[in-house]
Design a binder for this molecule. Structure first.
Ligand SMILES: C=CC1=C(C)c2cc3[nH]c(cc4nc(cc5[nH]c(cc1n2)c(C)c5CCC(=O)O)C(CCC(=O)O)=C4C)c(C)c3C=C
Ligand code: FE2
Ligand code: FE2
Length: 329
């Protein structure tokens, strides 16, 4: 059976200028899964305030972290996909398993990717939204996009998806190993902060399991590293708007830790599969500044899993049971 694995990431601007960022934000923030504010009110805020005022500011931030021709998110997602395809070629020498990258917002879109695969005769697709912790704002949005495409097709291939992997042993082991490697190369800070992307608190109250998944990821890594309670903390970053989001907030936590005379801090961002604006600019840039301004001395950002061998293997481990269990009768 001709099989394809589609790694799905959020999306990213094509260019680090106002136009590129505006196009990206318009598509992303118009998704009802991402922002659950009454439609008319939200469209007024989006088109009247966010797109005109936020786009130039965010474009400047993207320019600071841009990787040559592409954003870091695109660079590492593409490189990871190539690595995963090579691993599958070695694992299944007699089968044809292609690996593609698709974006929830922007290009290459999920629709374009599925159409191309089906035109090429693919009969089975395994989708991996690269969000370890399930959230309706991300994972369900990817699921919507997949189903929207299939709803327009006559001849649908066999398909399955990885819903979440926040406690998968290979994910936890890979995170723990990046922390150990980082400590070995850079020394160990007094505290390890787990900073996750936030979502509005109301979403969790309405049943989004994201916060629980984050707590479980942190607990598993803490156990794997054998950390004591005073050696780690968890927080949520990237709040947008005035509503309450999951707490404690990363910026406030970092400032409070520095003021409490914590001199050295290590920060890891487990919700981000690959480097992006939210890790390189918001954490390695802004949070670092906040820590130093408030009296901290050494701020150490621990990179995402990115295109590492452990991350490639994790993607293979997630897909293998789905590839092997699919039958056509
Ligand atoms: C407005 C609400 C937002 C929710 C809810 C949200 C959830 C969420 N996002 C990610 C992962 C990423 N978000 C990224 C950027 C980004 N996120 C929001 C807003 C929400 N995210 C905005 C407006 C932006 C753009 C930047 C900005 O204007 O500040 C990115 C980075 C993309 C890149 O190109 O680098 C990622 C990745 C998760 C995991 C998540 C919920 C769990
Ligand atoms: Fe986000
Ligand atoms: Fe941000």
């Amino acid at each position: 059976m001709k099989t394809a694995v589609v790694l799905i990431n959020l999306g990213t601007p094509d260019t680090p200028n106002t136009k590129g960022v505006r196009n990206f934000l318009r598509e992303f923030l118009a998704d009802r899964r991402v922002v659950e504010v009454p439609r008319l009110l939200w469209l007024l805020i989006l088109y009247g305030v966010i797109l005109p005022f936020r786009s130039p500011r965010v474009a400047r931030a993207y320019r600071q972290i841009w990787f040559g021709d592409v954003s870091p998110l695109r660079h590492f997602s593409e490189s990871l996909s190539r690595g995963v395809e090579q691993k599958f070629a070695a694992l299944y020498p007699d089968r044809e398993i292609s690996v593609r990258l698709a974006m929830c917002y922007g290009q290459p879109s999920i629709g374009h990717t599925i159409s191309e695969l089906c035109r090429g005769g693919v009969e089975q697709i395994v989708f991996v939204p690269m969000y370890p912790q399930y959230s309706a704002t991300t994972t369900a949005a990817a699921h919507d996009a997949i189903c929207r495409v299939f709803s327009t097709m006559r001849n649908i291939p066999a398909w399955s998806w990885v819903r979440s992997y926040h406690q998968h042993p290979a994910y936890i082991a890979a995170l723990a190993q990046t922390v150990r490697d980082h400590w070995q190369q850079n020394g160990r800070g007094q505290k390890l902060l787990f900073s996750f992307h936030g979502i509005p608190k109301r979403n969790v109250e309405l049943g989004d399991p994201y916060e629980q998944h984050c707590n479980e990821t942190t607990a598993a890594v803490v156990a794997e590293l054998g950390l004591e309670a005073h050696e780690w903390q968890q927080s949520f970053q990237s709040r947008l708007g005035k509503a309450e989001w999951l707490q404690p907030y990363t910026d406030k936590t970092v400032a409070a830790l520095a003021k409490l005379s914590e001199k050295s801090l290590d920060v890891i961002c487990p919700a981000f599969a690959v480097e992006c604006l939210e890790t390189l600019e918001e954490i390695d840039g802004e949070a670092r500044e906040i820590f130093i301004e408030n009296g901290g001395e050494q701020f150490s950002y621990i990179p995402c899993l990115n295109d590492s061998e452990a991350h490639q293997q994790l993607m293979v481990d997630l897909c293998r049971p789905l590839i092997e269990s699919s039958h056509s009768f």
